[in-house]
Design a protein around this ligand. Structure first.
Ligand code: 13P
Ligand code: SF4
Length: 302
């Protein structure tokens, strides 16, 4: 694992001077995840940490919706993202007007949106969820039917785990949609591995998996099962980050990189801490409505 120690030292020093908390998603490269972050995990863990951290300054190493979520949950905290252009194909797949149109077509049906959405979409939603608690959030709505958006693959997976009828949107993760069942079978046959997949993968890929879960749930599964060999059907850095935690497990590693996650680098984390640049702002009215949806997600927990 490459660790650029001069950058890491400089960031750690600036972080102390600024009293900042650095949060890093599981898909950040290991020099960020293991080198400089105070808090790491899946998108639910980062949202929970934003609620509890009490810091004046958060540097969110992840994509824009994660930083926006932290800002909405913790409005008095300054939240910076090292590259404001770090987006997400799921967040880009639906706009607030689409949610209003869905509501008009299906009056009274609650809307659950994946946290991989903009603040404007969250503001139109009854509750948010992540892949760690999507089934629980859908069931907490107390309705036979729920509009679930925007990831059609996560939606199909959730639908397979609950009696609630889900109405789906047509969004996709550009990283996970490219995995195929043939690749999964090939990995199993050739390398004799257990298969762990993120629920943003297509259903035929999930059907091949020994375990399906969020990025933090993957770590918990490895701690429980201690497999000799595993293939993680998800973003490439996940294996780099878990390899350091599980030295006795051999990782077969797909090379699917999320280009948005990879916009975050040690140099731009340093620049962001130095210049206090990349501040995430959410208009107060939208933030207040989006916060209600996020608070419902946090109340359900993991
Ligand atoms: P997790 O909530 O599992 O960390 O997933 C976030 C994400 O962006 C997956 O592509
Ligand atoms: Fe979005 Fe997919 Fe990247 Fe996650 S991996 S941030 S869902 S594009």
């Amino acid at each position: 694992v490459p660790m650029h120690l001069p950058w890491i030292d400089a960031i750690l020093q600036l972080k102390r001077e600024r009293g900042a908390v650095i949060m890093a998603h599981s898909y950040q490269s290991p020099e960020i995840f293991h080198g400089v972050a105070d808090v790491t995990g899946d998108s639910l863990a980062l949202a929970q940490a934003a609620k509890d951290c009490g810091a004046d300054l958060i540097v969110l190493c992840g994509v824009h919706f994660m930083a926006e979520t932290a800002k909405i949950i913790s409005p008095d905290t300054r939240v910076l993202i090292p590259d404001l252009r770090a987006g997400c194909s799921l967040a880009d797949s639906i706009a607030a007007a689409d949610v209003r149109a869905l509501r008009a077509r299906h009056p009274g049906v609650p809307v659950v949106s994946y946290v991989n959405t903009t603040a404007e979409v969250k503001a139109e939603s009854d509750a948010c969820c992540t892949s760690a608690n999507a089934v629980q959030v859908v069931e907490a709505m107390g309705s036979d039917r729920v509009i679930f958006l925007p990831d059609r693959y996560l939606g199909a997976y959730v639908a397979s785990q609950t009696a609630v009828e889900l109405m789906l949107w047509d969004g996709c993760c550009e990283v996970h949609e490219t995995f195929t069942a043939a690749q999964a079978r090939h990995a199993r046959e050739r390398f004799d591995v257990r298969l762990v997949a993120h629920p943003e993968c297509p259903p035929e890929v999930l059907a091949e998996a020994d375990f399906v879960g969020s990025t933090s749930a993957m770590g918990a599964w490895l701690a429980r099962e201690k497999p000799e060999r595993v293939a993680l059907i998800t973003e490439c850095s996940m294996a780099d980050n878990l390899r350091l935690r599980f030295p006795d497990t051999e990782f077969i590693q797909p090379c699917n990189l999320c280009p948005h996650m990879k916009r975050i680098t040690l140099p731009n984390i340093h620049a962001c801490l130095r210049d206090l640049s990349g501040e995430v702002m959410v208009p107060a009215g939208i933030a207040a409505r989006a916060r209600r949806a996020l608070e419902r997600m946090l109340a359900v927990g993991r």
